[in-house]
Write a protein that binds this ligand. Structure first.
Ligand code: FDP
Length: 342
């Protein structure tokens, strides 16, 4: 029988969840809690605009190019601006860095600085915007290293193992925010009627039996022997193993999220396609490290093919890295193939 009281008891908003997590840290000031909440708010704002992109004609190119030389879509710019504006004045951050900006983003002098550092990829998978396929925002939160005053480049160039929290917001059939503060991975789905993120996926873990492998197989001719053999292995072509199914959206957040829920491995390896990008396409600080943190918290693992992504000390803000992420045993198999065949 429908029991409204029981139904309401089951509803956990993201605010309540973050606050309850905060209670487990007696020394917490509430700053991280508010920062996560603000990121959720920015996510709602971006989701709202993404859903109306076609209608309000904000979809399309700004005919501008970002620091990666990629075309900047209008929605990218809006997402970038949204996250910046929601966080520049709160006194929680020392500095920010965005995939869309060449340099670190200082907190305006008129506002106080705080103890955290925010790195973000405002709209990952943006080549998918025009096709109604999933896109996402990825964020990373570190504690500042510098003592006080304006944050520095060094604050932003920390290895993933220093992450305090990381997460993503995926804009798709529904909008979801998935985050971890180092105590498991939790997923919240936006109820469009309420305008609230509600806990729908507590304690997410990679399923033991993986289902999918995800890679842009169109680039196979640019791969090393190790990557080719690893892929054949996943296809069940080496020996009499069972094959995994292949799924590749070409939107990292979308591919990662699916594999997190279904089990599997995503990889964007180093290839010989573009001599200017020998380490592949993905960015260590904005994409690989936060997803590696989530993966580890969900029982998985992320590697650049030879070492744990979380151990890599970034040397520059927009550094690229090969990325293998998903079920631990699959990522370790990739490392083995690369070790053996290069
Ligand atoms: P996009 O260029 O659309 O922003 O790093 C960006 C990214 O998408 C990832 O989200 C995605 O996994 C990858 O690039 C797709 O690259 P390919 O088109 O080379 O497969």
């Amino acid at each position: 029988m429908y029991d409204p009281a029981l139904q309401l008891k089951r509803i956990i908003t993201i605010e309540r969840h973050i606050l309850e997590e905060q209670k487990t840290y007696p020394e917490a000031t509430g700053s991280l809690t508010s920062l996560l909440y603000d990121l959720g708010l920015a996510g709602k704002f971006i989701a709202n605009n993404a859903a109306r992109a076609g209608l309000v004609e904000i979809l399309g190119s700004t005919e501008d190019y970002n620091v990666q030389g990629e075309e900047v879509m209008k929605l990218d710019r809006l997402a970038n601006e949204t996250i910046y504006r929601f966080n520049d004045h709160t006194g929680r951050l020392a500095v920010m860095a965005s995939e869309e900006s060449a340099d670190i983003i200082p907190i305006p002098e008129k506002y106080p600085t705080g103890k955290y550092v925010l790195l973000f990829d405002p709209l990952d998978g943006s080549s998918n915007i025009a096709y109604n396929t999933p896109i996402g925002t990825i964020f990373s939160i570190y504690r500042r290293i510098s003592a006080d005053g304006p944050g520095t480049l060094e604050d932003c160039l920390q290895p993933g193992c220093n992450l305090v929290a990381a997460g993503y917001i995926i804009y798709s059939t529904s909008t979801m925010m998935v985050y971890s503060t180092g105590r498991g991975v939790h997923g919240f789905t936006l109820d469009p009627g309420l305008g609230e993120f509600l806990l729908t996926h507590p304690n997410i873990c990679f399923p033991v039996k993986p289902k999918y492998y995800s890679v842009n197989q169109g680039y196979e001719k640019y791969w090393s022997e190790g990557i080719k053999r690893f892929t054949s292995h996943l296809q069940g072509l080496e020996g009499d193993e069972k094959s995994l199914s292949m799924r590749y959206v070409g939107s990292l957040v979308g591919d990662f999220h699916r594999n997190l829920l279904s089990g599997g491995v995503f990889y964007y390896p180093a290839d010989s396609k573009d001599p200017k990008k020998p380490a592949g396409k993905l960015r260590l600080t904005y994409e690989a490290a936060p997803l590696a943190f989530i993966a580890e918290q969900a029982g998985g693992y992320a590697s650049d093919g030879a070492r744990n992504i979380l151990d890599i000390q970034p040397e520059s803000l927009h550094q690229r890295t090969p990325l293998f992420v998903g079920n631990r045993e699959l990522v370790e198999e990739a490392e083995n193939y690369l070790r053996q065949y290069g």
